[in-house]
Write a protein that binds this ligand. Structure first.
Ligand SMILES: Cc1cc2nc3c(=O)[nH]c(=O)nc-3n(C[C@H](O)[C@H](O)[C@H](O)COP(=O)(O)OP(=O)(O)OC[C@H]3O[C@@H](n4cnc5c(N)ncnc54)[C@H](O)[C@@H]3O)c2cc1C
Length: 497
């Protein structure tokens, strides 16, 4: 069976690996010059800086993908667990490190806030673990369920109720934390799926457990992950063509039958897996609907830096907060602008478990990120004005960055690389109880067309997008074999190990 995979992001690479392994003749067509998609690398002053994802979690999903292909993840990547999950600082004062070890974090929280907050944190960890364990098999590692399917799969209404789909993340955090800075810190997990903690369900607490389960650092940076997956797919027999933009999905007899490339070349296939954002499907003639602007997830303004820093001992992951978190999401999602004082995330990629800390005064590589509205198709963003505001917050927290030679990317820039998105980086926002069910599943809007990537179930983030690719491959093969049963529990053996 010939399968064309459009896009070499995490979802496309995972789908290509599984399909090639199971005997399909797979061709991956990628518009960019290299694999990885959002896992991009940007050259700054002669060095490649990771410009996309930096937090690597749910390692078991990648272990499962490699193991099923008869390989070991650790033979292809050097990865180490981070003891220090992230360093946090506030403009109004206070610094807090969060650790992989819950008790160590609880002690830090007791000293930073109060013993009651430390106990609240322990309870919060237990709660997020329960939510995670309830949903990892029936939701994350399984084909997209309807709400009713999920009730059936979990088989315990009370357990499902305890995932708190009716409550917002921010309000649920009030139960655990008196200190508003702690609410802010843990509410930020909603942004991992491009959402506002004031609109997303408390179910997203599960992200806290995902981090507790392991945040990994990769030697060679995140780019090494993309290269390893590319190598894995090629090793299973998948062929790759880069600089190959698909401009049309060909339809015959009502089925996806191949693609047409920019330039006019047509390639036939028995099935097509699309790894771009689902919003691009209508422009490719493949039916479907673009995500309405009001439902899009967060975009960002990022600065890739290669410069000396001083005044603040950066960890690998760092978050700098202003004081009014509600104002930030109000600005982005309602007023459609970057907040006056946005939260600033910095990945100092040379530091941490696998890096070598830069010598004092030597340049180091940073990804600096603030949240922005996903309006890159309808608005202009002034990167230098936003830069002044973001770096003023850093300075107020004690960090100086000598910022010569930075490369900025705005929502317009993301929209140009990820078409039809407005720069939304995570597909549709997970807002409201139904948000998690609103994403499309592996079956696309046409027979023979399958979907993989962060804009479809189970959602964004590199492990989830990889999981979506595995689900798309499994669905495609089940459909070809005439077995309508849902795909469930994919890769969970690797987690059990
Ligand atoms: C700045 C930033 C920070 C992030 N931080 C994190 C993080 O810390 N941790 C985390 O887990 N996740 C993070 N994410 C999210 C994560 O990167 C994504 O969810 C994930 O990488 C998406 O993978 P995907 O499979 O959807 O493919 P994508 O990365 O979206 O790639 C899709 C590919 O398809 C190609 N394509 C699309 N249309 C066509 C076409 N018509 N023809 C040919 N090719 C096409 C594109 O060129 C692209 O290469 C971050 C994302 C960004 C941008």
């Amino acid at each position: 069976m010939r399968v064309i995979v459009v896009g070499a992001g995490m979802g496309g690479l995972a789908a290509a690996t599984d399909l090639a392994r199971q005997g399909c003749e797979v061709t991956v067509l990628e518009a960019a010059a290299s694999p990885g998609g959002k896992m991009r690398h940007v050259e700054v002053a002669g060095r490649g800086v990771d410009a996309g994802p930096t937090v690597f979690t749910m390692r078991w999903i990648f272990e499962g993908l490699f193991a099923d292909a008869g390989q070991r993840l650790t033979d292809h990547l050097t990865i180490a667990a981070s003891d220090l999950l992230a360093r946090h600082a506030w403009r109004t004062g206070g610094r807090l490190d969060l650790f992989a070890d819950i008790e160590r974090s609880a002690e830090a929280i007791a000293a930073f806030a109060s013993p009651a907050d430390a106990q609240g944190y322990r309870d919060f960890c237990a709660r997020s673990a329960t939510i995670h364990d309830t949903l990892v098999g029936p939701f994350i590692a399984s084909e997209r369920p309807s709400m009713l399917d999920l009730v059936r799969r979990v088989g315990d209404l009370r357990a499902l109720w305890r995932t708190m789909p009716m409550r917002t993340l921010h309000s649920a955090l009030g139960v655990h934390f008196r200190d508003v800075r702690l609410r802010q810190l843990f509410a930020r997990y909603a942004t991992y799926v491009g959402s506002s903690p004031f609109l997303a369900p408390a179910t997203l607490m599960l992200v806290a457990h995902v981090e507790q389960d392991g945040v990994w650092q990769v030697k060679g940076g995140m780019r090494a992950v993309a290269l390893a997956l590319h190598g894995l797919a090629e090793g299973q027999g998948a062929g790759f063509r880069f600089n190959a933009r698909v401009e049309r999905v060909l339809i015959e007899g009502g089925r996806a039958a191949g693609v047409r490339l920019a330039g006019g070349e047509e390639l036939r296939a028995d099935a097509v897996v699309f790894n771009g954002d689902v919003s691009a499907l209508p422009a490719l003639g493949a039916r479907g609907e673009a995500t309405p602007r009001a439902k899009r997830s967060l975009s960002a303004i990022t600065w890739c830096v290669n410069a000396p820093t001083s005044g603040f001992d950066l960890a690998h992951h760092n978050v700098f907060f202003a004081e009014d978190y509600a104002a930030e999401f109000d600005a982005v999602f309602k007023r459609r602008r970057v907040a006056e004082a946005p939260t600033v995330y910095i990945c100092a990629q040379d530091r941490g478990a696998v890096g070598e800390a830069p010598a004092p005064g030597a340049p180091e590589r940073l990804l600096v990120l603030v949240n922005a509205p996903p309006d890159g198709d309808v608005a202009r963003f002034d990167a230098s004005a936003e830069e002044a505001r973001a770096f003023a917050l850093l300075r107020a927290c004690g960090l100086e960055v000598e910022r010569e030679g930075m490369v900025a990317t705005t929502p317009e820039g993301f929209h140009a690389v990820f078409p039809a998105t407005g720069g939304a980086l995570y597909g549709r926002a997970n807002h409201g109880m139904a948000g998690s069910f609103a994403r499309l599943g592996a079956r696309g809007p046409l027979p023979g067309l399958y979907l993989a990537g962060g804009s479809v179930h189970p959602g964004p983030g590199i492990p989830m997008a990889a999981m979506s690719g595995r689900l798309a491959a499994a669905r495609l093969l089940e459909d070809r074999a005439g077995r309508p049963r849902p795909v469930q529990g994919l890769g969970l053996q690797a987690r059990a190990r």
